[in-house]
Design a protein around this ligand. Structure first.
Ligand SMILES: [Zn+2]
Length: 333
């Protein structure tokens, strides 16, 4: 599902910069923020975007004269606070969670293209050298030798080994089920699964699930590379208590501001769907002096299109968006 965008941008009328410019001028300042996650890292749960694929995307965007702006600038445009009058289509790239492959594999490609990119980090997990709960799930399911049944919040989950025919689907079901419960319940459920499978979960993440350290992130910071807050430990904010939600948002923003010279002024919701945040989170953000917050709800940007919704600025995933939708987003046809 990833290739259509690359192909769409790289071939056909959009490979011709003349045609690209003509269409771009019709569309005016239409834009989009894309989000990426992992890169060319390991065969398994999520191999991520391949380097050649990423290079092809950036190359194609450059060739059709689409501006690549920072996430902060894209949000400023969308909320009507960018001083520059914009007549060309624009895209911005964000990378959520910042695993080791962000600094080692993804960044060199963006730098090769002089393209800005913003990484969104969870300072609590980075500082504790912890790992994401969904990676723990995958670690357990991929090592399971037998099926187990778990009762979580009144729902029964059948978890077969990942290698079995129904393994991936069952793991996805469990993952979605765990998003709906509190952080403590989720942590308990992962421990329950480890116990049931008799597999020990390492305290520190295995190499493939390691996050980029603050030292690595700070070394990568530059005018092209910014970092923003993504909560402390990546909870589903909507399932947090008021105190927890406030702490997750405020503390992560203040840690990121303290850690970087020029931190992003944009906050990024974990998961970012309609079920993950609401008016409470937006009210907390109102007090945090941020420009806006980005979601994973699909949607295009226009100058001032999100002035009244600055804490719900949409993004597109490159992995799943069909080519025709991207064409409509950026070129209006
Ligand atoms: Zn995330």
């Amino acid at each position: 599902m990833r290739l259509p965008l690359v192909r769409f941008l790289a071939e056909g009328v959009f490979a011709s910069s003349l045609a690209g410019r003509a269409i771009a001028s019709v569309a005016g300042a239409r834009g989009a923020i894309f989000f990426l996650h992992r890169f060319d890292c390991f065969p398994g749960q999520e191999a991520g975007h391949r380097v050649e694929e990423l290079r092809a995307i950036l190359d194609a965007v450059r060739r059709v004269d689409i501006d690549i702006v920072s996430v902060d600038e894209a949000v400023r445009i969308a909320i009507g606070q960018s001083p520059a009058r914009r007549s060309r289509p624009f895209v911005a790239f964000s990378v959520d969670d910042c695993y080791w492959d962000f600094t080692s594999i993804c960044l060199p490609v963006f730098l090769e293209f002089d393209a800005p990119v913003t990484g969104f980090v969870c300072p609590g997990l980075v500082e504790q050298n912890d790992w994401f709960w969904w990676d723990k799930l995958w670690y357990l399911a991929s090592r399971a030798r037998r099926s187990v049944t778990l009762e979580i919040s009144g729902i029964t989950f059948h978890v077969p080994p990942l290698s079995s025919a129904e393994g991936t689907e069952a793991l996805n079901r469990l993952r979605e089920g765990l998003k709906a419960i509190s952080h403590d319940q989720r942590t308990h459920a992962v421990q329950q699964l480890a116990l049931a499978l008799d597999i020990e979960l390492p305290a520190a993440p295995p190499d493939e699930f390691t996050l980029a350290s603050f030292d690595a992130l700070r070394a990568a910071e530059s005018p092209l590379v910014q970092f923003g807050a993504h909560t402390m430990t990546h909870p589903v904010l909507a399932t947090c208590s008021d105190t927890e939600a406030r702490w997750q948002i405020e503390e992560s923003i203040s840690r990121v501001r303290a850690a970087f010279v020029q931190p992003s002024r944009v906050f990024c919701y974990p998961n970012g769907t309609q079920a993950d945040f609401g008016p409470r989170e937006m009210r907390i953000l109102d007090g945090c002096d941020v420009a806006g917050a980005i979601t994973t709800l699909s949607g295009a940007l226009l100058p001032g299109s999100h002035t009244g919704q600055r804490h719900a600025v949409p993004r597109f995933t490159i992995g799943k968006e069909p080519a025709f939708a991207v064409r409509r987003i950026l070129f209006g046809r």
